[in-house]
Write a protein that binds this ligand. Structure first.
Ligand SMILES: Cc1cc2nc3c(=O)[nH]c(=O)nc-3n(C[C@H](O)[C@H](O)[C@H](O)COP(=O)(O)OP(=O)(O)OC[C@H]3O[C@@H](n4cnc5c(N)ncnc54)[C@H](O)[C@@H]3O)c2cc1C
Ligand SMILES: *[C@@H]1O[C@H](CO)[C@@H](O)[C@H](O)[C@H]1NC(C)=O
Ligand SMILES: *[C@@H]1O[C@H](CO)[C@@H](O)[C@H](O)[C@H]1NC(C)=O
Ligand SMILES: *[C@@H]1O[C@H](CO)[C@@H](O)[C@H](O)[C@H]1NC(C)=O
Ligand SMILES: *[C@@H]1O[C@H](CO)[C@@H](O)[C@H](O)[C@H]1NC(C)=O
Ligand SMILES: *[C@@H]1O[C@H](CO)[C@@H](O)[C@H](O)[C@H]1NC(C)=O
Length: 494
């Protein structure tokens, strides 16, 4: 196979770049009997389809590994034949980077690696890199009534979500999804299979938790689990369109919620929440309390709403763990198919992290935000503003020495999401209006809401900051000098 790839290099130099390298890589993969799908195969189009249909790329090959060895061999083929590689787990990258982020990459689609095994002495789960969040939650619950903190959408994959943060309404209590990782099996650019933990291959362990796609393919995750709570309290306050009609009520309500969020006499690790608002003038605050509805109502609810406009509806309801996850998923089950997943959207989204040290959003900023969103929206969009910081939050008890993940010091994290046909300008405008109103604040961006409209340099600064990025860049040149693992914003791309 090496011969074919060498030949390719010659053809490339002669200017036949388009088809030749694919043939060489195909031959290499076929020679090593690695399961894969190629352009023109019956299953190729469905396998190539990303979650976000706005950005569709055509991989040169989609590898479907059943073993670690398949992944190792595929990475060696790609490296020899000059193909860029990206792992694909749930395929929910907002930028479709798991399709390569360009045409002609090798995608290693981990969906066949779907095992979940809970060790009932350590309570650590070994989980295949292609497992979706709903199946993960159900699996660890069924095997030992265990639970993990992660996002709400059951179709999202472990591979992207856990290596780039992973926020859910249990994160202020248990940490983000990434914090559950105690070990990783990873195939690196030289085709080696390594185990990385806090004491073994420590640099790689640090880098994979924040920038996995630039360092390897994680085939198995080892995850710390928590005892699933017997009961949780879900709460939601709805304001209908009240706050869209009244700037002062909008701003005062947010400012009170922000003061509340920083008030250690009512807020501790047991509570998480986020605000949802959208282009149809909906404004809700929803969240989770690790305790009973009676305790929530007596010690938290009165102070929560003391300084807000009066909600039009209040929901306070106890749930057991799995019914709670189903509620959060907005579906009737959290089980997801192991093959043939076929949910999609067509959208552009971006994020904004608001450092806690800034004190949060100012009155001026909130007024400017209201001015932007209060005029009837020309496009369908929603904004979610999740609480990361505040007293007792398990998210911000760690720092960047723990992992290559840099927005733990956020008070709020915004997600601004527009369903096409929105314009990029409209969604960018939400970010701009906030950033411009608060020039003294150093806003950042959240890795799991990856935004393809940034240049690599902008992305590195917003996601990592210069210190973490500098360390990642050094590790990239040591672990992957040929840039085998590549997408447009990968570590080392200028
Ligand atoms: C409907 C929806 C709901 C969401 N809800 C939440 C939420 O509640 N909270 C939250 O924090 N985020 C949420 N997100 C964002 C989500 O966390 C990210 O999109 C996440 O990165 C998706 O993971 P994935 O495995 O599905 O993506 P993929 O597209 O498969 O992967 C994303 C990136 O990670 C890399 N990668 C994937 N697997 C591996 C691996 N095994 N080894 C190395 N690199 C890998 C890929 O190459 C790609 O660059 C949501 C997204 C969607 C679309
Ligand atoms: C990728 O390939 C598809 C199908 O051949 C093509 O329609 C699309 O324009 C290509 N995209 C880029 C960025 O070249
Ligand atoms: C742990 O798992 C083993 C093997 O599956 C099983 O035999 C044993 O009963 C389990 N122990 C507990 C406490 O669940
Ligand atoms: C914090 O909450 C307590 C109630 O527990 C309340 O009395 C106090 O006024 C709040 N502090 C601020 C700054 O709002
Ligand atoms: C808690 O308060 C809400 C809103 O007032 C109410 O609907 C619910 O019945 C209360 N629950 C308990 C247990 O008091
Ligand atoms: C309002 O909701 C409808 C129905 O869900 C949707 O079609 C429309 O795009 C939304 N409009 C905006 C501006 O969000």
């Amino acid at each position: 196979m090496k011969f074919l790839c060498t030949l390719t290099a010659g053809l490339l130099a002669a200017g036949h770049a388009a088809a030749a390298p694919n043939k060489a890589a195909d031959a290499c993969l076929k020679g090593k009997k690695i399961p894969a799908s190629y352009p023109g195969d019956a299953d190729y189009d469905e396998l190539a389809e990303p979650f976000n249909l706005r950005l569709q790329y055509k991989p040169a090959a989609i590898v479907l590994p059943e073993t670690n060895k398949h992944v190792q061999d595929a990475v060696i083929c790609a490296s020899q034949c000059g193909l860029k590689v990206q792992a694909k787990s749930g395929g929910h990258s907002y930028a479709s980077f798991s399709s390569g982020g360009k045409n002609g990459s090798m995608v290693i689609d981990l969906q066949p690696l779907n095992s979940i095994v809970l060790d009932n002495t350590t309570n650590i789960a070994k989980v295949g890199g292609g497992v979706r969040l709903g199946n993960l939650a159900q699996g660890v619950y069924d095997q030992g009534k265990r639970a993990i903190s992660h996002g709400t959408c059951p179709g999202v994959g472990i591979g992207g979500h856990f290596t780039h943060g992973g926020y859910g309404h249990t994160s202020r209590n248990w940490g983000i999804a990434l914090d559950h990782i105690v070990g990783l099996d990873v195939v690196t650019a030289d085709g080696k299979l390594l185990h990385a933990t806090a004491t073994e291959n420590t640099d790689l362990f640090w880098a994979l938790r924040g920038a996995a796609e630039s360092f390897g393919v994680v085939t198995y995750f080892y995850l710390r689990t928590e005892a699933a709570p017997e009961v949780l309290t879900y709460f939601q306050f709805q304001w209908g369109d009240t706050l869209f009609k009244d700037k002062k009520a909008f701003t005062d309500t947010f400012l009170h919620i922000q003061t509340f969020s920083l008030n250690a006499s009512v807020v501790d690790n047991r509570i998480s929440y986020g605000i949802y608002l959208d282009g149809n003038a909906t404004y809700n605050l929803g969240g989770t309390f690790f305790g009973t509805d009676k305790e929530f109502n007596s010690t938290i609810l009165p102070e929560f709403l003391r300084g807000t406009a009066l909600p039009t509806k209040i929901v306070v309801q106890e749930y057991a763990w799995i019914p709670y996850l189903i509620l959060m998923s907005d579906k009737t089950t959290i089980a997801e198919p192991l093959t043939g997943y076929d949910e999609h959207d067509t959208f552009f989204a971006k994020s904004l992290t608001v450092p806690e040290s800034s004190g949060g959003l100012t009155e001026t900023t909130l007024n400017a935000f209201w001015d932007y969103i209060s005029t009837p929206a020309p496009y369908a969009y929603f904004v979610i503003i999740n609480l990361y910081g505040g007293p007792g939050s398990a998210i911000n008890t760690k720092d960047t020495s723990f992992a290559a993940y840099n927005d733990r010091d956020s008070l709020w994290v915004f997600q601004n999401y527009g369903t096409m046909p929105t314009t990029l300008e409209y969604i960018n405008g939400i970010n701009d209006v906030i950033i411009e109103a608060q020039p003294e604040t150093h806003f950042g961006a959240y890795l799991n809401y990856v935004d393809p409209s940034y240049t690599a340099e902008e992305a590195h600064e917003l996601y990592y900051g210069s210190e973490v990025y500098g360390r990642l860049e050094g590790l990239k040149s040591a672990w992957d000098p040929k840039m085998v693992f590549w997408m447009p914003q990968a570590i080392g791309v200028n």
